[in-house]
Design a protein around this ligand. Sequence first.
Ligand code: WTA
Length: 633
Amino acid sequence: MSKLEGEVYYPSKEVVARANVKDYDSLYERSIKDREGFWAEEAEKLEWFKKWDKVLDDSQKPFYKWFVGGKFNIVHNAIDRHLKTWRRNKLALIWEGEPGDLRTFSYHALNREVSSFARILHSMGVRKGDTVTIYMPQIPELAFAMLACAKIGAVHSVVYGGFSVEALAERIADARSRVVVTADGGFRRGKITDLKKTVDEAIKRSPTVESCIVVRRTGHEVYMESGRDFWYHDLQQLPIACPDGQECKTEVMDAEDPLFILYTSGTTGKPKGQVHTHGGYAVYTSTTHRYVFDIKEEDRWWCAADPGWITGHSYIVYGPLINGATVMMYEGAPNYPYPNRWWKMIEKYGITILYTSPTAIRGLMRFGDDWPKRYDLSSLRLLGSVGEPINPEAWRWYYEVIGQKRCPIMDTWWQTETGGFMITPLPITPLKPGSATKPFFGNEVAVVDDEGNEVLVGEEGKLVIKNPWPGMARTIYGDPDRYVQTYWKDYEKQGWYKTGDSARIDKDGYVWIIGRIDDVIKVSGYRLGTAEIESALVSHPAVAEAAAIGLPHELKGNAIHAYVILKQGFTPSPRLEQELKDHVASEVGPIARPEDIQFVESLPKTRSGKIMRRVLKAKALGKDVGDLSTLED
Ligand code: WTA
């Protein structure tokens, strides 16, 4: 291996010896030279009801289609096909609740639960192509509900359980869901999160909803509207059957049929429903999971993300189950009741791979080394990170204290839009703390200026992806124009995908992600749009205008800072500041609560009236405010 620049960690002989891929360069080259051939070979590893006619259809760019003509169902691959093998009795899911309760499911049991849920959805009139909104705590039924939708060909739209009324209502409305699946609540830091109450409020604002299935988790009393709300455990007792009897059949889908919608925050108020499909998404998530995390039959895989986030969709539910892995899932907070919680679970269940976010790592690091050191973490063989750039200090702690210098860290860069890992190391890749290293197979990336010229080595520019890949979102639900405008317009001539991130590439070809360049703020790895926060603020009677920006925060990566112009008759006060923070938390979600609110007389705007957030940001950071030629005043 040639000498690499900077702080580099080389994989040990043991890691290389057991790695699924031993030579990145040659397979990468092959995947670029013959992209379709590479993906066809990976797709062959899954079971198709009917093979595709064409791997990639690029006749209507940028609306690419993959595995066209193929008949497929992701659930057939994530569950059904395993039942024909010894994996039937393998553990599919180990789940621990925050209070310490434990539930485990073999693939056989997973099939039973998913089929039962599918029958219930079917009995409520859910059919192929319908959209079901799922708003749940991190309990097994969340995964069952997702898989049940996919099994019968319905489209799921999972709304992260940390979002509040307005965010939920908006997503239900956009997806036009008639059925909502929720729970009475969940446990978080010893408290009950009152999900049902949020759903009740949201349904008041959502005329499309006809019925609501409620899973009992906490047992606390909740309002149940007669004729609309049904307990899941009651429905399970009813002798309902699918048209084809008790054994609920997995629907035969076109490879390009939608599997789910997942909303991401965007620059304007309305969230964007990213649409992912059965075929390409299945191929992409399982392939990336298998290569990057080197999945072996005996692994116990723990992706400690929320299933309501793309990371959970791709790497708790679909990718790992397609690969027949044993998946760990945990309901609650990492430090509840003590900061040993995660380390204790790793020891208890013999977890071999841990995949989490820099925010979680920083949060646990702050409690010191003694907590993890009391546990036997020797089962771990690989670690992973996702959601934001990992600062080298947190990287080193993760590597040294958790991985005990034995476990390479897979710093995976990707997005809701990409479906799966785009830039990522493999276990054999020499690592540089803070760099997501190199593109995954089949992908070509570049860092460019506004015209699309590659910037110089080491310089900051805009990150683009030069090719289509099977896991890409196919469109924005109900708004194909916005899909084109948001991702493909800037580099239309070249046909490149704009990521919205800035990055630099070093002399060894390693990619370093810097952060978002659009109006997206990453708080603790969660993606929020400035517009969502601003419209929540403006919905308060005291607020005339608002602007939100993200500023660096030691634990959260970024924290929200808001600037507010009050309406006449209102005066700034600490009480009002508190009230506004609470208001945002209850409209959007606790994650969106501003760290700080400043009352101002005016906001910097362009002549066309757009708020110049970069000016606010530069001023707050004491930096040069840059080009002000478009500033109105
Ligand atoms: C950021 C999360 C640096 C990035 C899977 C991207 C990262 C946004 C990394 C997408 C990483 C994700 N290093 N930054 N390893 N992974 N990001 O849609 O800014 O919630 O554009 O998907 O997260 O966020 P999203």
